[in-house]
Design a protein around this ligand. Sequence first.
Ligand code: SF4
Ligand code: SF4
Length: 395
Amino acid sequence: MTDSVVEEIPADTLSLLDGTEEARYGDFGIPAAVLAEMTHRCPLQCPYCSNPVELERAGDELTTEEWKRVMTELADLGVLQFHFSGGEPMVRKDLPELVRHAREVGLYTNLITSAVMMTEEKVKELADAGLDHVQISFQGAEGTAADLIAGFKGGHEKKLAAAKMVRDAGLPLTVNAVMHRQNLDQLPEIIEMAVAIGAARLEVANVQYYGWALKNRAALMPTVEQLDATTRIVEDARERLKGTLVIDYVIPDYYAERPKRCMGGWGRQFFNISPAGKVLPCHAAETITDLEFDSVKGNKSIEWIWQNSDAFQKYRGTGWMPEPCKSCDFREVDWGGCRCQAYALTGDAGNTDPACSLSPMHDKIFKLAETEAVTDDRDFKYRNYANARTFTAAE
Ligand code: SF4
Ligand code: SF4
C-alpha cells in the first residue's frame, strides 16, 4: 500500500474498529481493521479489563517473526489498519520493529496503550518507525481515583505526561475512557481533560459486563440517574466541541431496550488476534469456553479461518437464532446482540442477548443490575495473574 492509500483513511478511522462504520469491503469481505493483542501482560490491573479471565503468559505469545508474517498476510488480504493492543503492547521490546514492519507492508498503525511505560525516547522510536496514531486509556479525571481503579500508583500523572509526548511528536491522539459507577460523575472533567491534552477524539466507553467486569459488576454498574446525566453531558459536549473533539458514546446495554450491534454482527466486520495467535470474532470471545478458535500458528490461512472456521460460522448470520430473534424485524440490525454477554448471563452463547427487552431473562437481569447499582460495593477484584489463577472463565 502506498502513502496515498493511508491518507484515504478517514479522520475518524477508529470507527472502523468499533463497528460504527461499515467495513470497507462489505459483509464477509476481509475487515478493514484488525485488532492485535500483542500480549496480556500489563502493569495496570483494571477490574473491567476485556482480556479473558485466564490470561496468557509471555511464553505463549507469538514471536516477532510470527507477528510479521501475520501482518504481511493481512496486508496481502486487503486489511488497511493494524491496531496494536493488549494487555500493554509497550511491554513488547520488539514493538518499534513490528510497527516498522506494519508500515512497510502498507498497514495504518494505531497503538492502544495505557501509556504508563511511555518515555520521550520510546515515542520518538515509535514515531520514527512510522506509527500513525496513539490511543491512551484514562481511568478518571484525577490521580487518586484513577490510580485506585487502575491498581497502579502514579499512573494518571504518567498518562498525562505521555499524552504531551505524543502530541509533541506530532502524532494524533484519541482518549479512551472506560466509564462505570465509580467514575461516571467525573465525565465533564474527563471531556475537558481530553481537550486540554490535545485529543481529537474521545471514546466514552461504558463497561461491558463479561470476563473481569462481570466479576466486578456490583462495584461498577452505574445507576439509571448517572446514565441519564451522562447522555445529557455527552450531547451538550458534542454540540459545544464540534470541530474540536469527536465523542463516541455507547450506553451500557443493560439499560437499553435493544442490545448493541456487537462487533457489527458475529463474524461480519471484525476479527482480532490473541497474544498466542488465535483468530477471534471479538476480543472477549475466549470467554465462551465451549468454542474452539483456530490459530495463525496452524496450517490454515487467516482468510480460511475468517471465511470457514467453525467458531466464525457458528453465530454468523441469522440461521443460528432462537426465538424471539428468529422472527424479529431487528434480526439483521443488531444480529441478536452480544454472544459473549449471552454466554456470561445465560450459560449458552446461542441464546438471545438478555440485554434485549424481548429476552425472557431481561427483567431479571435488569433488576439485578439496578440492585447492584445502588450498593456501596467498592471491592475491586483486580485483573492480574494471581486472580486469573483464582477465577476460572466458567465460574
Ligand atoms: S484494561 Fe487496564 S488492565 Fe486491561 S489491558 Fe487495558 S490498561 Fe491493562
Ligand atoms: S429479539 Fe433478537 S433480533 Fe430482536 S431486538 Fe432482541 S436481540 Fe435483536
